[in-house]
Design a protein around this ligand. Structure first.
Ligand code: FE2
Length: 379
């Protein structure tokens, strides 16, 4: 069967954070998301507070704990820092998806559950992915209000001025796992949800002489869910994936790629909103201008000015750029991506430039050399 669990598309992503209100404010200001829903004590939920933020087909929830007993939130944030607790896929039938997944080896987190009120009901179930993350099956065909029961219109009318970022939907979600775990997790996705391995990046494909990684991309056979999985590979110095595993204290979500249909306008707006991106050297654009396979229709001077990366594919091209880590720990970040033609890739041609930029930041954090004592503090 091509789609045994009836996947339709990505649905929401939920972050567990120290302060939901402050993170939501930052998402609205930096990413240009709209406050769409709220859940907390005023809506009958005593132990946590969540804000639901949206833009086009992008749906983020940020949640923090309000009581010492909000154990799932606090244990996650204490161990991992702010980060993605769960991402979800909309499915035709939650019970059927969950039953298929668990019969094929998925670890159960939450049995199918109907959450209802006078607006209708939302169905959800969840399975475990990585150390402490979840994949949620959701269906809200029978719910006619905001997000799900217990969510209402935001109580505060925040006046946040942000430039329109034009962010559209989730393109892919990437996980980082420990050495020798990548194949296990790729197989987990393939077996439990009928995914297939789409790309397999070997050691020589991704890395500099200092740090390297291996990566496999699994995807749903209808191609709507793309899920790269990275693991560290031995290099002369510490891999960025090793740094993630150390700082996150385990395996988890590394980045979410958000699609746009006009990356020049999007990056321009995000920069004006204060978003910080990885630096791209000028020499990258000298090389880009001389590429015989350059088929970009965007103005290359605009790409250079905004630091946007380009990669060509057989049947199209992609433009992309990566933010710096958005939280305190160097763990989670966003990618902004625009695909043209039948682009299906992940920017393999940019790995070298990307890694060199990440290594510069790793060095500043004292996390590139295996012995941190060799790093001199800059101040
Ligand atoms: Fe990516």
């Amino acid at each position: 069967m091509d789609n045994p669990i009836g996947i339709r598309k990505y649905d929401y992503v939920e972050f567990y954070v120290g302060s939901a209100r402050m993170t939501a404010w930052w998402f609205a200001k930096a990413l240009g998301l709209q406050f769409t829903g709220y859940c907390g004590p005023e809506t009958g939920v005593r132990d946590r507070m969540s804000y639901y933020l949206t833009k086009n087909d992008l749906k983020f929830v940020v949640t923090s704990g309000l009581q010492p007993s909000s154990y799932d939130v606090w244990s996650f944030v204490t161990k991992h820092g702010d980060g993605v607790k769960r991402w979800s896929v909309e499915v035709d039938d939650v019970t059927e998806a969950f039953t298929y997944a668990t019969r094929h080896g998925a670890v159960m987190v939450r049995r199918p559950e109907k959450i209802e009120n006078h607006h209708g009901y939302v169905e959800e179930a969840a399975i475990r992915i990585y150390d402490d993350s979840e994949l949620v099956f959701v269906n809200r065909d029978h719910y006619k209000h905001i997000f799900r029961p217990f969510f209402c219109e935001p109580l505060q009318k925040y006046q946040i001025e942000a430039h329109d970022t034009g962010l559209m939907w989730v393109d892919h979600i990437v996980g980082n796992v420990r050495e020798n775990e990548m194949n296990l997790w790729a197989e987990y996705f393939n077996q439990t949800m009928g995914f297939e391995t789409f790309v397999d990046f070997k050691a020589g494909d991704i890395g500099t002489k200092y740090s390297a990684l291996l990566s496999k991309v699994v995807r749903s056979k209808n191609s709507v869910i793309r899920n790269p999985i990275n693991e560290p590979f031995q290099g002369l110095k510490k891999s960025q994936i090793e740094e993630y595993i150390e700082q996150y204290h385990g395996s988890g979500i590394q980045h979410i790629a958000i699609a746009t249909e006009d990356i020049v306008a999007t990056i321009s707006a995000l920069r004006r909103n204060g978003m910080e991106f990885l630096a791209v050297p000028d020499t990258y654009y000298d090389r880009m201008r001389s590429r015989p396979d350059l088929k970009v229709t965007e103005n290359v001077d605009d790409l250079h000015r905004l630091g946007i990366l380009y990669d060509t594919e057989a049947d199209g091209y992609l433009l992309q750029l990566f933010t710096k880590p958005i939280c305190d720990r160097p763990t989670f970040f966003f990618e902004i991506i625009q695909r043209r033609g039948n682009s299906q890739g992940f920017g393999k041609g940019n790995f070298q430039a990307l890694f060199e930029s990440i290594e510069l930041d790793q060095k500043l954090r004292g996390n590139l050399d295996r012995d941190p004592s060799v790093v001199m503090p800059p101040c």
